[in-house]
Write a protein that binds this ligand. Structure first.
Ligand SMILES: Nc1ncnc2c1ncn2[C@@H]1O[C@H](COP(=O)(O)OP(=O)(O)OP(=O)(O)O)[C@@H](O)[C@H]1O
Length: 249
């Protein structure tokens, strides 16, 4: 029997809007395994962020159910960390304190916090910047702090909503490399939303292609390409073409 790590089962999500009910997801079935790096692409408004919010427990499904390790997801929990497009750092806290914030909230002692934060600073490549404040960091560095803060919670799953969307192309590429490195070392499960087909193919073990709102999953592609991924190869570009066709049709 398949190991059910994260299971999204027959999930529907309806929002009530001033113009009436809006069915964003209908009968969505998705199974994500432990340690997988899953990217979700799809047209604007198809429900990508809604899926992430449901996994995070910020929203509840209107029908169906979500389980993590066979336990129902009924609200936010420290087993799931979220990284948004904006790092949302505390401006009055330095890098070290921002990363250690989730531990402080959990009343972890100062010494234990320092011991946990130090290797994370190294992991995200911010050694030497421990005492810098967010306003002294570039966008990419701020996002590195956001990723380290997510790792500090030691979650089972990291949920990422367009985390590199606001970065310039070069920084974005280097962040993608770093993320793959962090993921392969930390063995976390990652669910990553992006508008970029290239980004999905550079990062994902799987790329879930969503159709327009309410139509669900169009394809679930296992990306069987060697890492680090080379976007100039024929197999990479064949997959890219396939996904692009799915998105326009
Ligand atoms: N809380 C809410 N109340 C009402 N409607 C909502 C709510 N959240 C999202 N929606 C609507 O649901 C639809 C799906 O939104 P969602 O943010 O999940 O899409 P998305 O695929 O992430 O879009 P994008 O790629 O543009 O970020 C949109 O039409 C959005 O306006």
């Amino acid at each position: 029997m398949a190991y059910r790590y994260l299971n999204i089962e027959n999930v529907g999500k309806r929002y009530q809007t001033p113009n009436g009910a809006l069915d964003v997801l209908e009968s969505l079935d998705l199974r994500i395994e432990n340690h997988e790096f899953v990217c979700i692409v799809g047209p604007s408004g198809c429900g990508k962020t809604t899926i992430l919010n449901l996994i995070a427990g910020f929203e509840s499904p209107t029908s169906g159910r979500l389980t993590l390790l066979d336990e129902p997801i009924e609200g936010p929990g420290s087993d799931r960390a979220v990284v948004f497009q904006e790092a949302s750092l505390m401006p009055w806290m330095n890098v070290q304190s921002n990363i250690g914030l989730p531990l402080k909230v959990k009343h972890v002692s100062k010494e234990e916090r320092a011991a946990k934060v130090e290797p994370l600073i190294d992991t995200v490549g911010l050694k030497g910047f421990e005492r810098h404040f967010p306003w002294q960091l570039s966008g990419g560095m701020q996002q590195r702090v956001g990723i380290a803060r997510a790792l500090a919670m030691d979650p089972q799953i990291i949920l990422m909503d367009e985390p590199f969307g606001a970065l310039d192309a070069q920084t974005r590429e280097s962040m993608q490399e770093s993320l793959v490195d962090i993921w392969s070392k930390s063995k976390k499960t990652v669910v990553f939303i992006t508008h970029s087909i290239d980004e999905a193919l550079v990062l994902g073990d799987r790329v879930i292609v969503m159709g327009s709102r309410g139509t669900g999953v169009k394809d679930d592609i296992h990306v069987d390409l060697d890492r680090p991924r080379d976007s100039t190869t024929v197999p990479f570009n064949e997959l890219k073409k396939h996904i692009r066709e799915l998105l326009v049709n």
